[in-house]
Design a binder for this molecule. Structure first.
Ligand code: ADP
Ligand code: MG
Length: 678
């Protein structure tokens, strides 16, 4: 939609304001209109002064006896008396010297503000006042509060928006008419006007519903279109070999959980089709996703194809290589596993390349850089992507151009998202969820610790270590920093070595170390040559050391909920009891979110609790989708989400042409272009 005017032509927008608006990300009239309020204050009830009660109030009154004075240097107060037919009340403003001259005698004002006791007098403090004869913006209505910037307050934003009201009223409808009718939605113009200038809370709800519906509709439509486009592509058919699957399972040192079996079955069905698989395997940390991926890989290899397995870090790539090597060994397939990571020596790399070219190596494990490597992947049948949110359309196309067909893709994530939400966020993928952990796992005991109890905690830990267990200590920083009062890995490492744990073997690991050094420390820890590993979050994802049972997180208040959950997933991977200690930086009260970690170690439950505590946007926050953020729709509003999803499907089923809806088209295309959807 093109507007008749540019932002600088809007009444009240001079060059200074223009600059401030830009700071808020507002560069055009349409940005401005879509700058939705963060919250509202309800001043819509006008009360008689006689009936006034403490709290936010609105009165309709005349203002008299206006007096301004400095009470001391830098402190100005304006006082006045407001009266209606029922009585009078004091008004007071702090440091608003212009008030005295601005107020007129003998005219009626709406006066909205906080009524309460102040220095023994009941007063309304810093009220907004507006002439009854004018359209009220900050009084006598439900007042929107916007995200503000220095020198640009909500009140001014309201004024600027009000001067665009003509533009708002002619806003074109963005959704198809049949959809607006069918879903009983407010028109776009009406919804945008109402979100900024609501007449009632009922209408405001309808406006939010309309705009929220639209957001989810766009998101799902984009995902569905990506999905259908992918289904047009051709992939390779991977025949299902029952004997091989049975053989593989027979040699496992454990029995697969039902959830694992279900997932692998879904994957086998997908891979038999000539359309490319695009499946998300979602399972809490420690739920056993790797073995599922290995089973998918073995089938593709047996059918004569190559498999690329991508891990987010080199440490993980190496670990996966080891694990899969072990899983393949009983089948006589360990030969086919190859590792390709940046830290390798050129000669070693060359050997691996040769093994791949000769066809001996069929499963290539590496980091994300694998795609850029000049590896001969013309037989690529399957790509497994572990814990990687940045693998999207572009990466996929890169692989397609190498192979000449679209490989099957299996994405794995430990970010637990309830199914209904996963379907919205990842609508272009099919989803398998591993919702149970292998049998016999004890829940990890999580407890928040204050620094006062550090010594007792260390004594308890010492006993565990003496019994042969190992501990991770995670810190927010690598090195001490003047600007951040938080623990660093180096400081904690030295502290523990010279202090309480001086008779224990301690290692240090952080992201600034050379790959070879990291490797050596990791290997030492894995071989139990170290009792304690002090590290930054480089160990966050996937590291599997079953003998480590204690996770101590320093400055726990500095970590995100999902991150701590990932970290504690490093322990409790064996028959031994796992512990996660959340050490606070000081003895202040821990947040509700940290408390939630104490209450459950189930990632899916945690995600739901997080959603409730943080409200909308929570899950996006953890995945950091940025421009896909929902601004209005609440992710907890499952009814709205499911309706919007159905509508997106209906849009496609009706054979609608997106090009006929220019704004919808533009928005959907920009969402589709965000490649980090899967
Ligand atoms: P994640 O889903 O976090 O990637 P992993 O695949 O690393 O989990 O598995 C965690 C641990 O659980 C590994 O040591 C693995 O061998 C083990 N494991 C996987 N499946 C089972 C099972 N069905 N029964 C017992 N242990 C299992
Ligand atoms: Mg894993």
């Amino acid at each position: 939609m093109k507007y008749d005017i540019s932002l600088s032509e809007v009444k009240g927008v001079g060059s200074g304001v223009l600059e401030k608006l830009a700071r808020l990300g507002i560069h055009s009239v349409s940005d401005l209109l879509e700058y939705f309020p963060r919250r509202y204050e309800d001043y819509s009830q006008i009360v008689a002064i006689d009936d006034i009660k403490p709290g936010m109030v609105t009165i309709q009154a005349k203002i008299m006896q206006v007096k301004g004075r400095y009470v001391r240097r830098g402190m100005h107060i304006t006082e006045a008396v407001a009266s209606d037919d029922t009585g009078s009340v004091r008004l007071i403003w702090f440091n608003q010297p212009y008030r005295a001259n601005a107020l007129k005698n003998d005219v009626e004002y709406y006066i909205s503000g906080d009524f309460g006791l102040r220095r023994q007098y009941l007063t309304i403090q810093n009220p907004s006042t507006e002439l009854v004869s004018e359209f009220p913006l900050s009084t006598a209505r439900i007042v929107p509060i916007y995200r503000e910037t220095k020198g640009l307050k909500s009140q001014q934003l309201r004024k600027i928006l009000r001067s665009c009201i003509t533009e708002v009223r002619v806003l074109a409808e963005t959704l198809p008419d049949w959809l607006v009718t069918e879903q009983h939605l407010m028109s776009r113009a009406n919804a945008v006007e109402t979100i900024h200038f609501p007449h009632s809370s009922e209408k405001l709800e309808k406006a939010k519903e309309r705009l929220g519906f639209e957001e989810v509709f766009q998101l799902t439509l984009a995902a569905l279109l990506n999905k259908y486009e992918l289904l047009q592509e051709v992939s390779v058919e991977v025949a299902f070999d029952e004997k091989l699957a049975k053989d593989f399972v027979k040699h496992l040192p454990f029995t697969l959980t039902d959830a694992q079996k279900r997932a692998i079955w879904q994957i086998y069905l997908d891979m038999q089709k000539s359309q490319p698989m695009n499946r998300l395997l979602e399972g809490d940390v420690g739920s056993g996703k790797t073995v599922v991926a290995a089973m998918a890989a073995v089938m593709a290899i047996k059918a004569g194809f190559q498999v690329a397995f991508m891990a987010p870090t080199e440490i993980l790539a190496k670990q996966h290589a080891k694990t899969i090597h072990r899983l393949f060994e009983p089948l006589g397939l360990s030969e086919v596993v190859g590792l390709l990571v940046g830290g390798q020596k050129p000669t070693q790399k060359r050997l691996t390349h040769e093994a791949i070219a000769s066809g001996r190596t069929k499963l290539i494990i590496g980091t994300h850089a694998l795609i850029q490597e000049k590896v001969d992947m013309h037989r690529l049948g399957l790509v497994v992507v572990d814990e990687q949110h940045r693998f999207g359309v572009e990466q996929r196309k890169a692989l397609q151009s190498k192979a000449g067909h679209m490989p099957h893709v299996l994405n794995m994530t430990a970010t637990p998202i309830p199914r209904s939400l996963a379907l919205t966020l990842y609508g272009e993928m099919d989803i398998s969820i591993i919702d149970t952990k292998p049998e016999g796992r004890k829940p990890i005991i999580t407890s928040i610790q204050s620094p006062n109890s550090r010594k007792q905690l260390y004594e308890k830990i010492d006993t565990e270590l003496d019994e042969g267990r190992q501990m991770f200590v995670v810190t927010p920083l690598i090195r001490e920093s003047d600007s951040l009062p938080a623990k660093s890995a180096e400081e904690v490492y030295t502290g523990l070595r010279q202090g309480f744990f001086k008779n224990k073997k301690i290692g240090l690991l952080h992201g600034k170390m050379k790959p070879a050094d990291k490797d050596r420390v990791m290997q030492m820890f894995a071989k139990r040559q170290l009792d304690i590993l002090v590290s930054t979050t480089v160990i966050e994802v996937g590291v599997d050391i079953p003998n480590a049972t204690i996770m101590l997180i320093e400055n726990a208040e500095r970590f995100g909920l999902a991150q701590i959950h990932q970290l504690r997933g490093r322990v409790g991977r064996s028959e031994h009891q796992g512990y996660c200690y959340l050490m606070m930086g000081d003895s202040s009260e821990p947040s509700r979110r940290l408390r939630a970690l104490e209450q459950t170690d189930n990632g899916f439950k945690l995600a739901e609790m997080d959603l409730e505590i943080r409200g909308p946007g929570a899950i996006y926050g953890t995945i950091q989708h940025g421009q896909l953020d929902l601004r209005i729709a609440k992710l907890t509003d499952t009814k709205l989400i499911s309706q919007a999803r159905q509508a997106a499907q209906e849009f496609i089923d009706r054979g609608e042409n997106l090009l006929e809806y220019s704004q919808l088209h533009e928005r959907v295309q920009s969402i589709r272009a965000v490649t980090n959807l899967n």
